[in-house]
Design a protein around this ligand. Structure first.
Ligand SMILES: Cc1cc2nc3c(=O)[nH]c(=O)nc-3n(C[C@H](O)[C@H](O)[C@H](O)COP(=O)(O)OP(=O)(O)OC[C@H]3O[C@@H](n4cnc5c(N)ncnc54)[C@H](O)[C@@H]3O)c2cc1C
Length: 273
């Protein structure tokens, strides 16, 4: 089957074209979509691109920062403004993948991918899409829950509030170093006041169909200190209500067994990002 490629000057035009054609897919960096083309995926026959500069903006707005969906992992790594995202951008594939892989594409990457998306959940990212919703921002957790619904949106950017210095921790557990895929990814945002955690955010990747926040762990950390006694309840809740997937990397059982160990190690790390 032949594939037609349509390029638009603006994100809104691309969004219109995408919503009008169920056989169309938007092209980010193409690391997944072009692989699908090469593998003979018949589920789409049109690729839509946009040259809109909005996709590659990095726009500080007070304590918030707007991050264009077309920025690649390498561009993130080259940006001082986005230094707090470096730990996550650095673990996405190898150098060739990072030169192409975009922020927007990572939000749609199926299990076991989505390392950056996991990190973005922990910094309360909101997603802006082109077209109808008039600049409305959707919390990333909500966006991920609905992401596979048709018609698909074109993501313009994600906006995050700058995290407290040293509050972030991130760990990608994989079996092949340095660029294996994730057995489990954990991102933690642990702001503290007077030595007590306030407003904890904990997100897991590869532990469900999409990256997700782990409310039971977040609640168990509230008001606690980050020591063995303070985190015990949170570690006990590490997999509460979760049904991790079984795949070629690990079984569901194994993921459940090791998740509390990795969470505990991360929470007890002395130095954050
Ligand atoms: C060898 C290899 C290793 C990899 N390793 C990792 C890894 O370690 N960690 C990881 O997280 N991922 C990994 N990936 C997956 C992938 O490279 C990344 O998730 C990447 O961020 C996807 O972005 P992309 O721009 O290449 O997406 P594309 O391939 O362009 O698109 C992927 C999906 O996202 C949609 N999309 C892209 N941009 C937008 C947008 N702005 N708006 C709406 N929809 C959009 C596309 O329509 C498509 O459905 C790997 C992939 C490969 C091939």
């Amino acid at each position: 089957m032949s594939i037609s490629v349509k390029t638009f000057p603006s994100a809104n035009e691309a969004a219109q074209a995408l919503s009008a054609d169920r056989t169309a897919r938007f092209l980010g960096g193409g690391t997944l979509i072009m692989r699908a083309v090469n593998e003979g995926d018949q589920s789409f026959s049109t690729i839509i691109r946009a040259n809109d500069p909005v996709f590659t903006q990095i726009q500080p707005q007070g304590d918030r920062i707007v991050i264009g969906a077309g920025l690649t992992m390498s561009q993130i790594l080259a940006s001082r403004e986005l230094e707090f995202l470096h730990a996550a951008a650095r673990v996405v594939g190898g150098p060739a993948i990072r030169n192409m892989a975009t922020v927007g594409g990572n939000l749609f990457a199926a299990h076991p991918y989505g390392d950056l998306a996991t990190f973005l959940l922990a910094v309360d990212a909101n997603v802006s899409v082109a077209g109808g919703s008039g600049g409305r921002e959707t919390p990333l957790a909500e966006f991920l829950r609905d992401r596979d619904r048709e018609p698909r949106p074109v993501v313009l950017s994600v906006t995050v509030t700058r995290p407290q210095h040293g509050a972030l921790r991130f760990k990608k557990v994989s079996r092949v170093k340095p660029k294996g895929i994730s057995m489990m990814t954990i991102a933690a945002n642990l702001p503290q006041q007077s030595g007590r955690v306030t407003g904890a955010r904990i997100a897991y990747g590869s532990m469900g169909p999409v990256p997700m926040r782990i409310a039971a762990v977040e609640q168990a950390l509230e008001g606690k200190s980050l020591d063995e006694a303070g985190i015990a309840q949170a570690v006990g809740a590490a997999t509460a209500g979760l049904e991790p997937p079984t795949d070629a990397i690990a079984s569901s059982w194994y993921r459940r067994e090791v998740a509390p160990v990795h969470l505990k190690r991360l929470l007890l790390e002395r130095q954050g990002i």
